[in-house]
Design a protein around this ligand. Structure first.
Ligand SMILES: Cc1cc2nc3c(=O)[nH]c(=O)nc-3n(C[C@H](O)[C@H](O)[C@H](O)COP(=O)(O)OP(=O)(O)OC[C@H]3O[C@@H](n4cnc5c(N)ncnc54)[C@H](O)[C@@H]3O)c2cc1C
Length: 520
């Protein structure tokens, strides 16, 4: 059941074999799988509230309104980022059941086979390799037809996809002009630098192809709607408590941390759940924020002691090596015939947003522009093999292998994630996807480090190394090349507006560097 208050939890008078901290993407999958066994009792403690009846979380296109700075976002801000000219930026994370899978952009990306093979070799455990994980990918995915019923031949590879899993994956269900623009260059022109890839989730993602999104019948499929779907949450051995913010994991014996301390929505300390039974084979499964571990005395003992926290387990890697992809937005003005989604976010003419929401709400399966992802196509691309950029990384390839990308281009039928500017746009996100920069999550030594509700210092160190900055500059150049080449194909010369948006008025390296630092 979904419980809304600690009183409801206490009324159950249950002891739990597993306590999962955070009902997010990972937490709900673990909760579902553990509770398959009726002999396991499972409790999920989620700091945020319900994901239900929130249109920005349900309609795929509106994902851009779900964060940042909303009630469903933790509303974190990074520390000043040297790679971004010293700016601090919003660092969204889902504060709601389903976690970031309830607020993300729904793009379904498995990664390359060499990414997984590198994980396996790093942890010296072949069970993490691409091949060994194939059964788990099948158990996760349920590929479903797009809502407009269009012919999907040539848009994905059915041999790659599973139809027997829990989390629904689909294709966009509303055609856009950007589709023709992208595939004019990629398929019809057969551009060698931007080759077509039928299914980028095959383990070999390189090339440009159709986006796959985690949606079902035109609505978001999150870990809350899929892994906690009614048939699962009805299990008597699975309880999910909302508005329960865990502050520490508690040591119950010398080596064990078998219960947690948490607060309810008012910040009041709640009674800790009973520790799992003595003979339980597994400890609680905390899918925890590093800050919870640090507050619990698990981390670098010297640093913890200097903050006044009693060290219990010396684990210096807690909160270290934070790795994230840097991503920036580009846009070009276009002369659209059928419209871009800019009209929805600009609400022009007035009532456009409401009309789109009405169409989405009154159709089943849902229809209209809101069923689409913000992203229409994706390109996973590499630097040329002879690129001088490798020399900045001791001549080592930062990607996991030759089938792993260095950067990503995400094409969009409008300006993505920026304040709505008047006009109609072709949007592109550009991302560095094999970053060498490493950051950290640490407790704030100046403000309330003993207060577990104080936000930690989040330093993703975006574009923190010369090689990442060089790859971002290269990726921006690549995006500009793509658009220039595609514009030479009739009829797209007419599609591109004579008035380029200032986001892409960049040519020289210095200009590109400044723009990259500003626009991320
Ligand atoms: C805006 C945005 C767009 C994104 N777009 C994409 C995309 O298109 N494709 C993609 O593959 N990835 C995307 N991502 C990334 C992806 O969603 C995340 O990597 C993934 O969801 C992380 O899963 P997780 O389980 O580690 O964390 P989360 O899903 O964030 O789950 C953590 C959960 O723990 C809860 N929690 C945290 N602290 C506590 C506490 N103290 N007590 C109790 N509960 C707590 C949180 O509220 C949350 O529910 C995006 C992320 C964001 C924020």
């Amino acid at each position: 059941a979904i419980l809304h208050s600690t009183a409801e939890l206490q009324a159950l008078n249950m002891a739990f074999d597993f306590i999962i901290v955070g009902g997010g993407t990972a937490g709900n999958v673990v909760a579902n799988r553990l509770s398959e066994n009726p002999n396991h009792s499972v409790l999920v403690l989620e700091a945020g509230g319900s994901n239900e009846n929130l249109i920005n979380l349900e309609a795929p296109l509106l994902a851009v309104l779900a964060t940042p700075n909303t009630p469903t976002d933790w509303n974190y801000t990074t520390t000043p980022q040297p790679g971004l000219g010293g700016r601090s930026i919003a660092y969204p994370r889902g504060f709601v059941l389903g976690g970031s899978s309830s607020v993300n952009y729904l793009v379904y990306t498995r990664g390359s086979s060499s990414d997984f093979d590198r994980f396996a070799s790093l942890v010296a455990d072949p069970r993490w390799s691409w091949d060994a994980l194939a059964p788990y990918r099948r158990r996760n995915e349920n590929f479903t037809a797009p809502v407009d019923g269009h012919n999907t031949t040539g848009q994905f590879d059915p041999r790659v996809q599973s139809t027997s899993g829990i989390n629904s994956v689909s294709l966009n269900g509303f055609p856009t002009e950007v589709d023709g623009f992208v595939f004019g260059l990629v398929k019809e022109r057969g551009d060698k630098e931007f080759p077509f890839n039928l299914d980028m989730n095959s383990g070999d993602p390189l090339g440009v192809g159709y986006v796959q999104l985690t949606s079902l019948n035109g609505a978001r499929s999150s870990s809350a709607t899929s892994y906690l779907a009614p048939k699962f949450i009805a299990r008597p051995n699975l309880q999910v408590l909302l508005n329960a913010r865990v502050t520490r994991v508690l040591q119950t014996s010398n080596k064990d941390f078998r219960t947690v301390e948490f607060r309810d929505a008012t910040g009041t300390a709640a009674p800790s759940p009973s520790p799992p039974k003595k003979n339980s084979s597994s400890p609680p499964a905390p899918s925890t924020h590093p800050a919870i571990l640090l507050h619990s005395g698990i981390g670098n003992s010297t640093t913890l002691a200097s903050l006044g926290i009693t060290p219990l387990v010396n684990l210096p890697s807690v909160g270290q090596n934070l790795t994230d992809h840097s991503l920036m937005t580009l846009a070009w003005g276009v002369n659209t015939i059928n419209g871009t989604f800019d009209a929805i976010f600009q609400n022009t003419p007035p009532g456009t947003l409401d009309a789109a929401v009405d169409e989405w709400k009154t159709t089943s399966p849902h229809r209209g522009q809101l069923v689409n992802d913000l992203i229409s196509e994706i390109g996973w691309l590499r630097l040329p093999p002879n690129s001088s950029i490798f020399s900045m990384n001791s001549n080592t390839d930062p990607a996991a292998g030759p089938n792993s990308p260095h950067y990503e281009l995400l094409f969009s039928n409008g300006l993505i994630g920026a304040p709505p500017a008047p006009g109609t746009y072709l949007g592109m996100h550009v991302a560095v996807v094999s970053p060498t920069s490493r950051g950290s999550i640490t407790l704030n030594p100046t403000t309330g480090n003993l207060n577990p509700l104080a936000p930690p210092l989040i330093n993703p160190n975006l574009l923190g190394t010369p090689v990442d900055r060089a790859i971002m500059r290269f990726a921006v150049r690549s995006a500009v090349t793509f658009v220039s080449r595609a514009s030479t194909i009739p009829p797209f010369g007419e599609y591109m507006s004579r008035n380029p948006h200032p986001y892409h008025t960049t040519h020289g390296r210095a200009q590109r560097s400044r723009m990259v630092a500003r626009r991320l």
